[in-house]
Design a protein around this ligand. Structure first.
Ligand code: MSP
Length: 519
């Protein structure tokens, strides 16, 4: 049995969750579910990043203590993840007691390695952006990117000797299989690191909401050392030599905005601490607003996931996230396309397939599965091949984290099954009394649907289980991937009425005009 430890970024609690946060976490959930189906030992962790100036400022604005704001917003993230049906094994918060212990131990290791020294940080600081800028990012006293006024500041700070790790990082990026995916992102960090690394400031004296620096309480730990270490805490702490541990992570899923932290700083901290590096870091693209800019709280252009879940079935929303945007690329979010896919692909294609086949079984065979698994008809052979090929292609696509290819293949198989029903014409067979052929056709429909349901589990867990339940299968736990073998649906089994999976929704009733904008 393989193990699969998958993580999402931990989310800032300075505001409410939005589509971007839901996306990474649903992606991780689908991968975790698929690995459980394959019989792997899975650990899936998500959570919240609660320290730092952003959260302190947001709390001040609201007149709250930072921890009170963190509690409030962590609960909103946890609530949304519950509503999304996510199967994480832990929701980690950086204010958790075991995390504090891991952070202190981690820092102790960096210090023991001789990689930490006290120095002074100097640079152009823009208070409005809470960011430092390089010389070439500043023109006439303003940050080029944002236009915010900058001032020259000098602050005492502890530094991490990042510059020491240039060569080992470059060697790591060059490994095969590549630890940083996709290729374009690996090249991006490679170029950045090859250009030279400066030591990294890892403490702050200008705010207080953070992990206090051991032995020097004027400083708090820079939030990224604290945040990245969550992946170790959630693995059970810093691994002890010879003891069982979830570390290293098999997959860190991240958005492209935080690539440098994960692909440069984090492996350097781990090398310094003498710990193994994550096996893969996969960077995904953004959901953008129709204008093409990233959806973010600060831009106020975010899609409210709760509102979508009030309007669409959960599984339609999950499916849409995979089907509509390549993982690595950006894509603009369109509610009209969500509606369109719900209606055309889930209601008309998949839902209709399940409905018509189960109804025919009811009508022609009183809901009992007939014999007929291995008929020699070429139409049937073709269908058996399509089902087997789709299962293999979906597993390969999920292994490559290409959920768009996986979900596209899935809905393609559903379409193939519909074509099979149309071509084999069971209603004509029933009318003409071709009983043996009708048995075979009905068997192929149902067995095809059963396997389709097994394949659906990663994207649409509730629908997958509802279909399997209707087919009389046991639905305890994830349906095993080994169930993708032709003929496992036993003849003679009593099947129930089709579940209502995806109601067809009406654009006008949802207040959407034809071009997808809200009417
Ligand atoms: N707290 C840090 C991460 C620390 S990880 C050790 C952070 N938090 S965040 O709340 O700002 O966003 C985290 C992640 O949310 C992004 O990296 C990305 O995975 C996801 N997204 C946020 N907005 C997004 C989109 N508009 N589209 C897709 N995902 C995006 O950064």
């Amino acid at each position: 049995m393989d193990r699969f430890y998958v993580t999402t970024p931990i989310y800032y609690v300075n505001g409410a969750p939005h589509l971007g946060h839901a996306y990474t976490t649903v992606l991780a959930d689908a991968l975790a579910r698929h690995h459980r189906q394959r019989g792997n030992d899975v650990r899936f962790v998500t959570g919240t990043d609660e320290h730092g100036l952003k959260v302190q400022r947001a709390a001040e604005t609201l007149g709250l203590a930072p921890k009170a704001l963190a509690d409030q917003n962590a609960a909103r993230f946890a609530g949304l993840f519950q509503r999304l049906g996510l199967s994480h094994d832990r929701f980690i918060r950086t204010t958790d007691a075991d995390h504090l212990r891991t952070v202190e131990a981690m820092l102790g290791r960096l210090i023991a390695a001789g990689d930490v020294y006290l120095g002074a940080y100097e640079g152009w600081y823009a208070a409005a952006d809470e960011a430092f800028y390089d010389e070439d990012e500043v023109v006439d006293g303003r940050a080029k990117e944002s236009g915010a006024t900058v001032e020259w500041v000098r602050e005492e700070s502890y530094f991490f000797r990042l510059s020491r790790y240039q060569a080992p990082l470059l060697a790591w990026y060059a490994q095969d299989p590549a630890p940083i995916l996709p290729e374009a992102r690996r090249n991006e960090v490679q170029r950045f690191v090859a250009g030279g690394l400066k030591d990294l400031s890892i403490s702050r004296t200008t705010f207080s909401w953070g992990v206090p620096w051991p032995g020097d309480p004027r400083h708090v730990l820079y939030v990224w050392v604290d945040a990245l270490t969550n992946y170790l805490t959630a693995a059970g702490g810093i691994p002890e030599a010879g003891a069982e541990s979830w570390w290293p992570a098999d997959l860190h899923l991240i958005g492209k905005d935080i690539l440098r932290f994960h692909a440069v700083y984090w492996p350097a901290f781990l090398m310094s601490a003498g710990l193994a590096l994550p096996r893969r870091i996969l960077t995904h693209g953004w959901w953008t607003a129709p204008s093409g800019e990233k959806q973010s709280k600060s831009k106020g252009n975010v899609v409210d996931v709760d509102r979508l879940l009030d309007r669409y079935p959960l599984d339609a929303f999950r499916f849409f996230l995979f089907r509509d945007k390549p993982v690595a690329g950006d894509g603009s979010f369109s509610e009209e396309r969500l509606l369109g896919r719900n209606n055309a692909e889930l209601a008309d294609n998949l839902g209709n397939l399940v409905n018509r086949c189960l109804r025919m079984l009811e009508r022609y065979r009183q809901g009992r599965v007939p014999e007929g698994a291995d008929s020699p008809e070429s139409l049937d052979e073709g269908l058996r091949r399509s089902v087997a090929d789709a299962g293999q292609a979906i597993a390969a696509a999920i292994d490559a984290c290409d959920l768009m290819a996986a979900s596209t293949r899935f809905i393609g198989l559903s379409a193939d099954l519909n074509v099979y029903v149309n071509d084999s014409q069971p209603w004509v067979l029933a009318r003409t009394g071709s009983e043996e052929r009708l048995d075979q056709v009905l068997y192929h429909c149902l067995e095809g649907i059963r396997q389709l349901a097994v394949m659906a589990y990663a994207f649409m867990p509730a629908s997958s289980l509802a279909i399997l339940e209707a087919l009389g299968a046991s639905v305890e736990g994830p349906p095993p991937w080994s169930g993708l073998q032709w003929g496992l649906l036993p003849a003679g089994r009593q099947v129930s009425a089709p579940p209502l999976l995806f109601p067809k929704l009406d654009a006008e009733a949802l207040g959407l005009s034809d071009d997808g904008t809200e009417a």
